[in-house]
Design a protein around this ligand. Sequence first.
Ligand code: IPE
Ligand code: IPE
Ligand code: MG
Ligand code: MG
Length: 299
Amino acid sequence: MDLHQLAEQALAAHFEQAVGAHAPPRLVAAMRHAVFSGGARIRPQLCTAVAHACGMNAPHLTQAAGVAIELMHCASLVHDDMPAFDNADTRRGRPSVHKAYGEALALLTGDGLIVMAYQVLLNAGKTHPDRLIALMQTISDAVGVPDGIVAGQAWECEPRADLSQYQRAKTGALFVAATCAGAESAGADPLPWRALGDCLGEAYQVADDIRDVIGQSADLGKPAGQDAQHGRPSVAHELGLSGAIGYFENLIDRAVDAVPHVASADKLRQIVRMESERLVPSSVCQSYKTAANASSLQH
Ligand code: IPE
Ligand code: IPE
Ligand code: MG
Ligand code: MG
C-alpha cells in the first residue's frame, strides 16, 4: 500500500470510530463531505514518511497523528471557504461545505473536525503518554495563536501583514507539525525535521499563490483569481510571476537540502521533488522564466 492509500484508509477508520452512530445525520454528512473529497493528503503522507525515517515503532500513533493533522487541515478549508473569509463556492472540484449544507452546518463541521482531531490523538496516545503530550503541543502550536492557522487567517483582518509571517502561519505551520509529529510519534527528536516542514510548507503556499494567478478554476477544483479579488497578500503579486516561481524553486531546493542524513533520505527528497512537479511543473517554471528573460532583453 502506498503512502496515499495508507493515509486514506487511516482517515476512514478513525473518522468512523470517532463520529459514532447517533450524531445528527446532516452534520455527519457535511463532515464526510469536508474530509472525503479527494484531498492530496500530503500532510499525513509527510508525517508517515518522517516516522519511517525515524524507525517508526508505534505505527498506530503515527497514523493517528497524520489523521489529526489532516482533519485540522480539512477544518481550515471549510472555514476558509465561508463567506466571512474567501467566499468560495467550490473546493476539491465540488461545492464547498457551506454551499452544500448551509453556513450553520459548515461552521459546526469545522468545529467538529477540530475537536475530532484531538479525540483521535487522545485515543491513540494512551499507551505513549510522553509522545502524546509532545504531539498535542506540536499540533496545537500549528493551528493556534500566535503562529498557527488561526493567527495566519487573522492577519487578513489586520491593516498590514508581513507576507512571510502570514504564509508560514496559515499554511507552513501545519507542514512543520507534519514533519515534527512524524518524528515525535516514533519517539525521536523533532528538531532536525523542522526545516523540511518549514521550507516545504512555505513553498506550498507560494505555489498556491502562483496557481491562483495562472490556474483555471476547473483544474484547481476551487475558484481561481481569489487573491486579487479579496486583496490577499500574495507572493505572485509581490514578486511578479517569474519572481514568485524563482522563490518557489529556491524553497524547494532548500526543502531538499533540509532532509536530514537518514537511510531513507533519497525517498524523502523524491517526495519533495514530486510534490514540486505536481504543484508547479518544471515546464511551466521554465516557460515563465524564458518569457521574463526575453522581456528583460527587449528593455
Ligand atoms: C490547499 O491545501 C490550501 C493550502 C494550504 C494552500 P492542499 O493543496 O493541500 O489541498 P488539498 O487537501 O489537496 O485539497
Ligand atoms: C490556505 O488559504 C490556508 C488555509 C485554508 C488556512 P488560501 O485561502 O490561500 O487557500 P485556498 O486557495 O483557498 O485553498
Ligand atoms: Mg484564505
Ligand atoms: Mg481560500
